[in-house]
Design a protein around this ligand. Structure first.
Ligand code: HAM
Length: 424
């Protein structure tokens, strides 16, 4: 079919057979966050382009080449959010939530980045995003990481490892940046075009390069962790002591610089060896300067985001998701009167037994076809209503699993009889 409309590249449908895992991941995260005192907040998927430029940084890959930016009918430049932190912080400022207050908030939803799609990397993807605003840390840094470690345990995901680093303050980073620029200028011939371009704007990103020909020069570069200001160094020591006290294993990765410019001090990332090259499943860090930079009072903050698609895949690989629940009762009927009676009976059951799931065969079909559907649904019982049953004022109750016997139930007392049968 040539004129069929295609999906947008890199944007996926989540079909019904995947929903049980998605709901398990999202519900487990929601329950855990609630239990740690985080509250859900919902913010728009579209913001002024300027917000992302100012928050994420002009020289980042995300802003330079990955944003879905458009001019709306009113002439405003808007962007589909590539991440949630900027919007969550914007919402906190716009709604006056920050004045001296502390916020522990989270959101879940789609993000958009025009990246090259591949396994685990999509143009529309989902994040569970968590932000703790108004806390200088390191207590909150430690607790947030403990929360993520607990999330993996609750999800039954084992193949993840934690990396941490400290980026220092904006001031110590500025000094380090100069050191790094001087170092890389001394090795200009080895730098690829991308890195040469980054040298002025964002030399720290050169450390992130995967280019094998640059690994030697990167390995020789000065380390940020060795040029931290005293307070950031103390913060990092306390973070590590906290993780040790909680027995959370980690490695220090001095090359972990993150792709967004707003970070300061603590940064962390959970990676996996189970998903191929797109190995980051959850990343975040402290962004003490961002709120002030976006026009709010200077307020320290930290957060992280988990990539839902990647975690869903890990849960699926681990076989850790509970299966979807089949219906308790599948109602089968033939003929107009019997179909009406079936619809009435099903509504009565739903009122009387709201925790139970009742499916009605819709769209007719002979008894054989309807039984096939009942069986395929996984239902434990079928309730059968035909002309003969109507004439006798009954419905037939038939166990579809095991070898229980079929019996008649009075239509007049159906809810009570079904309740009794289901609790047997
Ligand atoms: P990020 O590292 O850009 O951080 O993204 C967080 C997570 O989202 C990644 O670890 C990954 O699991 C997932 N992810 C990112 N891009 C894609 C993609 N194209 N396809 C599938 N999954 C993807 C942030 O977004 C920060 N806002 C996190 C944060 C919150 N920092 C402080 N607060």
């Amino acid at each position: 079919m040539t004129n069929q409309i295609q999906p947008v590249r890199g944007m996926n449908d989540v079909l019904t057979d995947q929903i049980a895992v998605w709901q398990f991941v999202e519900q487990t995260a929601a329950d855990l966050l609630t239990s740690y005192g985080y509250e859900e907040m919902r913010v728009p998927v579209v913001e002024h382009t300027q917000l992302f430029k100012r928050a994420i940084g002009e020289f980042t890959d995300v802003v330079e080449k990955e944003m879905y930016t458009f001019t709306d009918l009113g002439g405003d430049s808007l962007t589909l959010r590539p991440e949630a932190t900027a919007g969550m912080v914007r919402a906190a400022i716009s709604n006056g939530l920050l004045r001296g207050a502390r916020l522990k908030v989270w959101c879940v939803g789609p993000m958009f980045r025009h990246e090259k799609p591949q396994k685990g990397r999509y143009r529309q993807f989902h994040q569970v995003d968590v932000e703790a605003i108004g806390f200088p840390g390191p207590d909150v840094d430690i607790e947030l990481i403990a929360l993520t470690a607990r999330l993996w345990r609750r999800l039954g995901v084992a193949r993840v490892k934690l990396q941490i680093n400290s980026l220092g303050t904006a001031e110590s980073r500025r000094q380090y940046r100069e050191l790094l620029q001087a170092y890389f200028r001394g090795h200009l011939a080895v730098l690829d075009a991308d890195s040469q371009r980054r040298l002025d704007g964002n030399p720290l990103r050169i450390l992130d390069s995967k280019n094998p020909e640059m690994q030697a020069v990167i390995a020789g570069a000065p380390l940020l962790t060795e040029h931290l200001d005293a307070e950031s160094a103390a913060h990092f020591v306390a973070l590590r002591a906290g993780l040790d006290a909680l027995s959370i294993p980690y490695t220090i990765n001095p090359r972990l610089v993150r792709g967004l410019d707003y970070y300061s001090r603590t940064v962390f990332e959970w990676t996996t060896d189970a998903l191929g090259s797109q190995d980051a499943v959850c990343s975040g860090g402290r962004y003490d300067g961002l709120i002030n930079q976006l026009g709010g009072d200077a307020t320290p903050a930290i957060g992280f985001a988990m990539g839902v698609e990647r975690v869903v895949e890990l849960v699926r690989l681990a076989g850790a998701a509970p299966a979807g629940r089949p219906p308790d009762v599948y109602v089968i009927a033939q003929g107009d009167a019997a179909t009406r009676a079936a619809l009435v009976a099903a509504e009565q059951l739903r009122s009387a037994l709201p925790q139970r799931s009742v499916h009605v065969n819709l769209g007719g079909g002979n008894f054989k076809a309807q039984f096939r559907r009942a069986d395929k649904s996984g239902a434990a019982f079928a309730l059968i209503i035909g002309d003969d049953e109507i004439a006798r004022g009954v419905a037939a109750w038939k166990p579809l699993r095991g070898d229980g016997a079929q019996l008649d139930m009075s239509l007049a007392e159906l809810p009570a009889q079904v309740r009794a049968a289901l609790t047997n």
